[in-house]
Design a protein around this ligand. Structure first.
Ligand SMILES: [Zn+2]
Length: 114
């Protein structure tokens, strides 16, 4: 039988754990925001590509792995800093507005030699 004291202690531990989790998420997000300000160019291993959707330029859509829930899909060539500025690219596609399937091991818009 669990006593009320044990229950209250568990609640206290849970609340402390949630504070740590929240703090961790804020730190990860701050680090990501700083990265976007100082060096928004990513390599292919830092990106999640879409399974099917592509930018009008032909490159797959993608987003950085460490971004938050409020981020967006963008052209992977733009994210990797190798976009052709003579062709049209997608605008940013916020996660909250666009439901785009992420790549799997077998289905991806990732260039094999990108
Ligand atoms: Zn593009």
């Amino acid at each position: 039988m669990i006593t009320e004291e044990q229950y209250k202690e568990a609640i206290k531990i849970k609340e402390e754990a949630q504070k740590t989790i929240n703090k961790y998420c804020i730190e990860i997000n701050d680090r990501f925001e700083e990265r976007m300000k100082t060096n928004p160019i990513f390599n292919k291993d830092e990106l999640i590509f879409s399974a099917f959707q592509r930018c009008p330029c032909g490159a797959g859509l993608a987003y950085p792995k460490n971004c938050g829930f409020n981020h967006y899909w963008d052209c992977s060539d733009i994210l990797m800093g190798k976009q052709d500025n003579q062709v049209k690219h997608t605008g940013i596609l916020p996660f909250s507005t666009y439901e785009i399937k992420s790549e799997t091991a077998n289905i991806t818009t990732r260039d094999k030699n990108a």
